[in-house]
Write a protein that binds this ligand. Structure first.
Ligand SMILES: Nc1ncnc2c1ncn2[C@@H]1O[C@H](COP(=O)(O)OP(=O)(O)OP(=O)(O)O)[C@@H](O)[C@H]1O
Length: 594
């Protein structure tokens, strides 16, 4: 039983089975396996883009088509080698994806999937209307691939090339997900603000992912053209795109293996239906579409995790890849910032004003934070604390006033730029990635201190830097007392521990200033005590903290200085004992614990 649950055993079985399949199988099966491999390449891009990155595409077949037509045109009309065709096809697909992505990926909600239908339709229509591309007749006599003197015209010969490329694409994707850009991709569903808080640009991450997925589709298109030796518009229309999406959904959108399983499932089913339906009706074509639509609906109702979702449950997750691990032997630590001298001003807010229409949420507020202290920003409900927090982390634009961080005016800068300058934050409503390990969640925090990109990560050329990141993440987990739970999933932690984990993620950015948004909200007494102890320990280590908090009792015992807000204005500023004794503060809180 344990062997059956071993991931590497199954990978070995699949590789051996694929290697001997052409020797045992008939022509039809080999051709079907070729189609499955090509489908798996496209579906793999969709698992990354849609399943992991959260951007649904109904236009992936258009990228298959761009590559297929590009190589078909170059090799038939210009007489070039199919290998030059590969470069041309990938270049054209990558550039098209870049242009389309730049135009559409900023669209939120349902507009993105709708726009993919629009460009999916128009590109397929383009193929059918350009003379040079043979209009609806397409392009034929595409030369077969050759490796040296070996022709890959025979389906059994191109089979090996297809499956080696499928294997490499899976390996690339697997490496990518266990890396710096991979953690950012896996965090896309957490929202742009989460990524901005670690210095990453969600739009750029999504665009890179979109181009990567398109390049997988492009590779599939190139293989398709030289395998079939003929291209026409219909295999690249929106119907084909939906079929690729169905493959990814049927296999399991959350896991890379889902692409392979889904492609096999859909194509075997399709072939089965094409055999059976004509015996039952003369309208087999229409019935096939109905059968697939029904399958799609059933999957969405009963098996959103696809076939791999069942496998995962059966193996209780042990089938998935080994989690990232910090290296046992120490490596060179990531570079640290030089921190400002204790007592020197880090953050200076001058005359901050924020208006929402007629409502003045923050009204001429000024205060500063000096290196090495914990400052609390407090006030009753609606006092303007959260708005002030958003102003100084540049989540909201200011109406008037100035915020200087390390001597630089940061008002109006993008949030991610401010994060890169050394201002790290946590969230009132915790923003962790529940399906990522504690180690991966904290490693995301070091994003802005490192720079490996998709290509480097996919080719595993980032390992030295990756070891440094994981070592830093483990160090921060040890610092907050969660070092021995590094491989647990963040979603399994209670709220209090999740808040502390967010602090570790912020610390992994090596910040100059840590800004905490109501860290004690929703915590039980014991959890609050643990949090207080951790923050005191961080202050001893020289970390500067600004804490926006509701819980007066918690904050009074912790901070060096308090800024009290009421009705959007600064009411009082001083040490906790003076603030506690101030009549204006007592009146503002109307007798609550001060
Ligand atoms: N996006 C917005 N649009 C309009 N009004 C807003 C917006 N955000 C906040 N406000 C208003 O600004 C005022 C200050 O709100 P803010 O959330 O900053 O206060 P707070 O001190 O954080 O309150 P709480 O402790 O209840 O979270 C409130 O009257 C609130 O309704």
């Amino acid at each position: 039983m344990s062997l059956l649950r071993n991931r590497n055993f199954w990978i070995g079985v699949i590789v051996v089975a694929l290697a001997i399949a052409p020797m045992l199988a008939g022509n039809f099966t080999v051709s079907l396996l070729n189609d499955i491999g090509i489908g798996a390449l496209v579906a793999l891009g969709l698992v990354l883009l849609t399943g992991i990155g959260g951007a649904t595409s109904f236009g992936q077949a258009a990228f298959v088509g761009i590559a297929a037509y590009a190589t078909a045109w170059l090799t038939t009309t210009q007489g070039m080698s199919p290998w030059i065709g590969l470069l041309f096809a990938l270049l054209l697909t990558g550039l098209s994806a870049l242009a389309i992505g730049m135009l559409t990926l900023r669209l939120g909600g349902h507009f993105l999937p709708l726009s993919t239908i629009a460009w999916g339709l128009s590109i397929a229509m383009l193929f059918g209307n350009v003379d040079a591309l043979g209009r609806h007749t397409g392009l034929s006599n595409i030369p077969p691939l050759r490796i040296g003197g070996w022709s890959l015209a025979d389906p059994r010969a191109i089979y090996y090339l297809i499956w080696v490329l499928v294997g490499l694409a899976f390996l690339f994707s697997q490496n990518l997900l266990q890396s710096r850009p991979g953690r950012a991709i896996r965090s896309l569903r957490g929202g742009a603000t989460l990524l901005a808080s670690v210095g990453a640009d969600a739009y750029r991450v999504r665009l890179t992912l979109f181009v990567t997925a398109a390049l997988f589709a492009g590779l599939a298109g190139w293989l398709y053209a030289h395998m079939n030796r003929f291209v026409s518009p219909s295999p690249f229309d929106v119907r084909a795109s939906i079929e690729y999406l169905l493959m990814a959904v049927a296999g399991g959108l959350g896991q890379l293996a889902g692409a392979l399983v889904g492609s096999a499932l859909v194509l075997v089913l399709k072939n089965g239906l094409q055999d059976v339906l004509p015996m039952l009706t003369q309208r087999a074509g229409q019935l096939e579409a109905v059968a697939f639509a029904a399958l799609f609906i059933l999957l969405l109702h009963f098996a959103r995790g696809g076939l791999m979702g069942f496998v995962r449950r059966w193996t209780r997750g042990r089938f998935s890849a080994a989690p990232a691990q910090a290296s046992a032997t120490p490596v060179e630590p990531l570079a640290h910032r030089t921190l400002p001298d204790r007592g020197s001003p880090i953050l200076t807010v001058t005359g901050a004003v924020k208006r929402f229409g007629g409502l003045v949420a923050v009204n001429d507020v000024s205060f500063d934070v000096k290196a090495g202290e914990i400052v609390g920003l407090i006030g009753p409900n609606g006092a303007g604390k959260s708005t002030m927090f958003n102003l100084l982390t540049c989540t909201l634009p200011m109406t008037a006033g100035q915020v200087r961080f390390l001597g630089q005016d940061i008002a109006g800068l993008p949030q991610r730029t401010v994060a890169r300058l050394g201002l790290a934050r946590t969230f009132q409503h915790v923003k962790l990635r529940p399906h990522m390990s504690l180690l991966d969640n904290v490693a995301l925090g070091a994003h802005s201190r490192t720079n490996a990109g998709v290509l480097k990560a996919g080719l595993r050329l980032d390992r030295a830097e990756e070891r440094q990141i994981l070592q830093e993440a483990q160090r921060q987990l040890d610092r907050i007392g969660l070092g021995d739970r590094a491989h647990e999933l963040a979603g399994s932690l209670p709220l209090g521990t999740q808040r502390i984990l967010e602090i570790a993620r912020a610390l992994a950015a090596d910040p100059v200033l840590l800004v905490l948004d109501e860290p004690a909200a929703g915590l039980r007494r014991k959890e609050k005590m643990a949090l207080g102890e951790l923050l005191r320990k961080l202050r001893e280590d020289g970390v500067t903290i600004l804490i926006v908090e509701h819980d007066m009792d918690f904050v009074m015992k912790l901070v060096d200085r308090l800024v009290v807000m009421n009705f959007g204005s600064k009411l009082v500023e001083g040490v906790p004992s003076a603030v506690r004794a101030d009549e204006r503060v007592q009146a503002a809180y109307l007798g609550s614990v001060v």
